[in-house]
Ligand binder design. Structure first.
Ligand SMILES: C[S@@+](CC[C@H](N)C(=O)[O-])C[C@H]1O[C@@H](n2cnc3c(N)ncnc32)[C@H](O)[C@@H]1O
Length: 262
């Protein structure tokens, strides 16, 4: 426990979080995005406002959500004369995302909330058209389904294209993180790979297949046919060895031949 903290008191939320303080790096990564003067951008956890300063210059509107009261007070003072920013003193997990307006997200998020934040952004009704989020390289790879697809990657990919927009050096952060960090870029697909009316069945399909295998969903005859259509040669393949495009094909077979839907 730090010497200056009283016994029994909770640390501020930003303790052990990694701040991006180099203006050169922030400028470089923001220039790699599509952020422009027509955009409403949401920043989760603006901290001391280093990134925020760039966003207000580049975008039409900035919504910055900061949970820490001390940082919120500093931010409101720092940006008091700026017209295109609205700062919220709130927990992002409870903050209401725009219901119909188009928006993008750019954030150096707290790593401990990566999964919660990704779920909130990708599972909501009006998801961001694009998002750039710093996160541990390992977590980014898992969301991208590398080296193999996971439940999370299979639930994100039908709606979003994912790529790594930037590989940070650990020295870019203060304090230096103990893991490699990247900027994950998500781009909403104009047409999702799974139509809305099939989504519930798709969710059930991937979670059951990953947990119990394809034989829990298809008869032997149905499975042989589905594998043939998906171009799967090895009959003993495990679900984690299946490629994303093959998952889509297998689900279509399931939808048509097992559920009997068109
Ligand atoms: C990794 S720091 C990044 C700060 C700043 N964006 C930067 O790059 O220097 C994460 C920030 O998120 C804030 N934060 C943590 N949890 C939050 C939550 N649930 N909602 C909103 N802000 C949160 C922290 O207080 C901190 O300012």
């Amino acid at each position: 426990m730090p010497q200056n903290r009283k016994k029994g008191t909770t640390p501020p939320i930003w303790v052990s979080q990694n701040f991006l303080t180099s203006y050169k790096i922030i400028n470089r990564i923001i220039r790699r995005t599509t952020l422009n003067k027509d955009d409403h951008v949401i920043e989760i956890g603006p901290g001391k406002g280093h990134i925020t300063g760039f966003l207000i210059k580049r975008c039409r509107k900035v919504s910055a959500i900061e949970i820490d009261g001390r940082l919120y007070n500093k931010l409101t003072a720092k940006f008091k004369d700026v017209k295109n920013i609205r700062i919220y003193h709130q927990d992002f997990m409870k903050w209401k995302l725009p219901q119909s307006e188009d928006y993008k997200v750019f954030s150096n998020i707290p790593f401990c909330f990566t999964t919660d934040i990704m779920r909130k952004l990708t599972e909501c009704k009006n998801a961001p058209s694009e998002a750039w989020l710093t996160m541990e390289k390992g977590a980014a790879k898992r969301f991208m389904g590398k080296p193999s697809e996971s439940l999370r990657s299979l639930l994100i990919k039908p709606r979003f294209d994912l790529d790594i927009a930037y590989y940070f050096s650990r020295e870019d952060f203060h304090p230096k993180p103990g893991v490699d960090v990247v900027l994950l870029h998500l781009k909403k697909k104009s047409q999702p790979d799974i139509p809305a009316n099939q989504w519930f069945a798709y969710e059930q399909f991937v979670s059951k297949a990953l947990k119990y295998g394809f034989r829990s969903l298809f008869t032997s005859k149905q499975l042989s046919r589905a594998f043939r259509q998906a171009g799967v040669q090895n009959k003993n393949i495990t679900p984690t060895e299946i490629l994303y495009v093959q998952w889509l094909c297998l689900f279509r077979c399931y939808w048509e031949h097992v559920l009997g839907r068109k």
